[in-house]
Design a protein. Structure first.
Length: 325
């Protein structure tokens, strides 16, 4: 197998026996592509590991199962270990995969075509990502577009300053090249999610490309690590002002500041410097007056009085939140 013309799929698993076979089959059956699955389990107590080894015996040339050698748990640590292993391989193109989705059989071929076209023979960090179909546990359609279902910004038009704290890239819908892997891995401490970290690195140091096709059945079953929430539910009073606002901005927002700060600290960053990113990464170091003055720039949708008051409060306590990271 010529690894330069192949795609390595980095599959993270944990107690996924119920849906794992469907996912593995959908990856193995990708059309017009050489695919190799690199799977790592995070300490499952069900039959997940047994299933992985059964598949690796059946498809020895298509599946590699690596063992867990760290005491760190969770999906981020799992993907981090997979990235570090991927660096030791000779593959040129990579995808992230969850254990419970179903990939359309043209997913890898289409994303690889977009990636190779954008690369054009040059050495540049690239990430291409697609939309997804939101489906229920039985794969019945909930919404044909994850982007619309979540009420996310249009990816082709999504840019700084909103990009600093609004992620529209879902890991399982991505493909990236080795140039990006070498920039983004190993994953640093304090990340929120691996997909935003890879998207941010691609956006700053290379290219972030959107394929406007739904190439995955993104299964919702109640115990997803992240999952999808319909935008109309997000906008309800309780979810928006109590849950979403408190969780996203008090807990998650400092992680975005931290990740942007990590980007600006990379040695090669100065030649790619972005004024919005620079200012955002230094938010916790700015004076209170400056932080409040920047609210309309970084939160352009903060129109209601309640939201304005909330963001003023957020900016007041931001240095404390970031320092707790």
């Amino acid at each position: 197998m010529d690894n330069k013309q192949s795609v390595a799929v980095l599959l993270a698993t944990y107690n996924g026996e119920k849906y794992l076979a469907e996912q593995l089959d959908s990856i193995i059956k990708q059309k017009n592509i050489n695919v190799h699955i690199i799977a790592r389990d995070d300490g499952s107590t069900d039959k997940t590991v047994t299933m992985l080894h059964e598949y690796s015996k059946k498809y020895a040339h298509k599946i590699t199962v690596i063992s867990k050698k760290s005491n760190e748990n969770g999906h981020l640590a799992n993907f981090s270990a997979l990235c570090e292993y991927a660096l030791t391989t000779s593959f040129e193109y990579f995808c992230f995969a969850d254990q419970d989705d179903v990939w359309h059989d043209n997913k890898l071929n289409l994303l690889l075509s977009r990636l190779i076209k954008a690369q054009g023979g040059s050495s540049v960090p690239l990430l291409v990502h697609s939309d997804m179909r939101v489906v229920d546990e039985a794969l019945s359609l909930i919404d044909p577009s994850f982007i619309n279902y979540q009420g996310l910004p249009e990816p082709d038009n999504h840019d700084f300053p909103l990009f600093c704290h609004q992620n529209v890239v879902t890991g399982c819908a991505t493909m990236f090249n080795r140039d990006l892997l070498e920039v983004a891995a190993p994953l640093p401490q304090g990340l929120l999610v691996h997909d935003y970290w890879f998207a941010l690195n691609a956006k700053v140091f290379g290219k972030l490309i959107y394929e406007n096709s739904s190439l995955i059945d993104y299964r919702q079953h109640g115990v997803n690590s992240i999952g999808a929430t319909k935008v109309t539910v997000q906008r309800s009073y309780v979810r928006s002002y109590i849950y979403k606002m408190a969780l996203r901005y008090l807990k998650i927002f400092p992680s975005y500041v931290h990740q942007c700060k990590l980007i600006t600290q990379q040695p090669s960053y100065r030649q790619y410097a972005n004024d919005y990113l620079d200012a955002f990464a230094k938010l916790d170091q700015q004076s209170l007056f400056t932080r409040i003055r920047l609210i309309p720039i970084y939160f352009p949708n903060a129109n209601s009085l309640m939201m304005k008051v909330y963001f003023v409060f957020l900016m007041i306590i931001l240095p404390v939140l970031v320092n707790r990271k």
